[in-house]
Design a binder for this molecule. Structure first.
Ligand SMILES: [Zn+2]
Ligand SMILES: [Zn+2]
Length: 439
């Protein structure tokens, strides 16, 4: 799918509104877009709405400026693209506000320095240039351009506003590892933006990549207008060798960065066709791992109500004997063993990866599991699907004519709400639904 994974709008320092931006994406013939405004998610809702209207696949996100200190003590500044971050509250979302406060503190200091240097510029001049919530150096540059002091943003940055420039002021930053961890805790994944601006190459670059990959980094933006063709190829190779995703994006800012076009950058950009899908897949993986642990907006993350296999249940004649075999042959012991008189079983739960195997021993031969054993012998008894909202799941199944054993949920092991669907409903398999939602 043709997509652009690095776009800016007026929510930060781009010059097109989020809605207009998505129209530009559609006109460029692309099928996917990721909005990556600096330190803000305020453009996401509009961009998503426009994407829905125009049948563009959309990934929400933000671009962060972070610091990384290597094992050898050297420091490097990195732009990080954090994909899959939804507006609202969350671990990274709440930090974005702190970062924007940092910008708000910093802007007056930069203006003070500029005034000392003889530039006639005020905060009002800057606010006039900014359309969104994240006001920063690009808008200060725009104000200087508007005053005729420079011809474009780049010229204003060069030696003045850039890192080490005469009017440069240090700002609040997350470390790279914090950014990665906060992103995954928020259901997102991180990619290093335009790696060339890190200013390191060869072994030191590979070492930083390796450190960040261990922290959870999923990709590098190999295809960016700042990279020449040889560098793009080299970075793609490095990504492949390190099992990272080679992504790409135009870093389009409207007239904020002249000559950069959506989808094609400065003309020769070829964003890999599978980058969008692979990033989406990585986001889905992170969110799936996250679900049982956190109380987040599950419905936004998983429009489908079913998201995991909670457990696979096996009927056994002798629970203790079966557990001893599991321990001897697979080196695993149960996390719980319970007697449930209501259900006529003694059960053990064995945790494997993100799921469980449940062993069921009937308390008496006349119980449901007892009769099952008599008919079928030991073996697969049922599969339990984890659902976000059990009522919604039952309602949907009923509307599809499923043969429900429990039309209403009841309380099962661990206090979770459960319901069973008859084995004759689908492929001879007894299905249990378990609501696993701590929210
Ligand atoms: Zn950047
Ligand atoms: Zn950018």
């Amino acid at each position: 799918m043709r997509a652009d994974l690095h776009l800016h709008s007026t929510a930060s320092d781009g010059t097109d509104s989020p809605t207009d931006l998505i129209h530009i994406v559609a006109r460029a013939g692309l099928k996917g877009a990721a909005l990556m405004d600096h330190d803000t998610l305020s453009g996401i809702d509009d961009a998503r709405q426009a994407s829905d209207d125009l049948a563009i696949a959309f990934i929400p996100g933000t671009e962060l400026s972070v610091d990384h200190e290597s094992a050898d003590g050297s420091r490097v500044k990195i732009h990080m693209l954090s994909y899959g971050i939804e507006p609202g509250n969350g671990p990274l979302q709440n930090k974005l506000e702190w970062l924007r406060e940092g910008r708000d503190e910093r802007n007056p200091k930069i203006i003070e320095k500029l005034q000392e240097l003889g530039y006639n510029i005020s905060m009002d001049d800057v606010l006039e240039q900014a359309g969104g919530t994240a006001v920063g150096r690009p808008h200060i540059a725009d104000a200087l351009v508007a005053k005729g002091r420079f011809t474009d943003r780049n010229e204003a940055f060069d030696g003045l506003l850039n890192d080490g420039g005469a009017a440069y002021v240090e700002r609040r930053r997350l470390t790279a590892t914090q950014a990665i961890e906060l992103s995954s805790a928020s259901g997102g994944v991180t990619v290093i933006a335009h790696p060339t601006t890190m200013g390191i190459h060869g072994d030191p670059f590979i070492e930083v990549l390796d450190e960040l990959r261990l922290a959870g980094l999923v990709g590098i933006e190999a295809h960016h207008p700042l990279h020449d063709l040889a560098l793009r190829e080299q970075l793609s190779g490095i990504a492949g060798d390190m099992s990272l995703i080679a992504t790409g994006g135009s870093d389009y800012h409207g007239t904020g960065k002249r000559g950069y076009s959506v989808g094609t950058g400065t003309g020769d950009l070829r964003i890999p066709e599978f980058a969008f899908e692979r990033i989406q897949q990585a986001i889905d993986d992170v969110r799936r791992d996250l679900l049982p642990a956190v109380n987040c907006e599950l419905r936004i993350l998983f429009p489908m109500f079913l998201y995991n296999i909670d457990h696979i249940a096996i009927a056994v004649q002798d629970l203790d004997a079966a557990l001893a075999e599991y321990e001897r042959k697979y080196k695993i012991t149960p996390i719980s063993v319970e007697t449930l008189p209501d259900q006529g079983v003694r059960e053990a739960m064995i945790a494997i990866g993100g799921s469980h195997v449940q062993l069921l021993e009937p308390l008496d031969p006349g119980s449901a599991v007892g009769r099952f054993l008599e008919r079928n012998g030991e073996g697969l008894h049922h599969i339990a699907f984890a659902v976000v909202d059990i009522e919604e799941a039952l309602e949907h199944l009923e509307s599809e004519g499923a043969r429900l054993i429990d039309a209403e949920p009841r309380i099962g092991g661990g206090g979770h709400r459960i319901a069973f669907v008859h084995p004759q409903d689908l492929t001879g398999t007894l299905i249990e639904l378990v609501e696993v939602n701590d929210g």
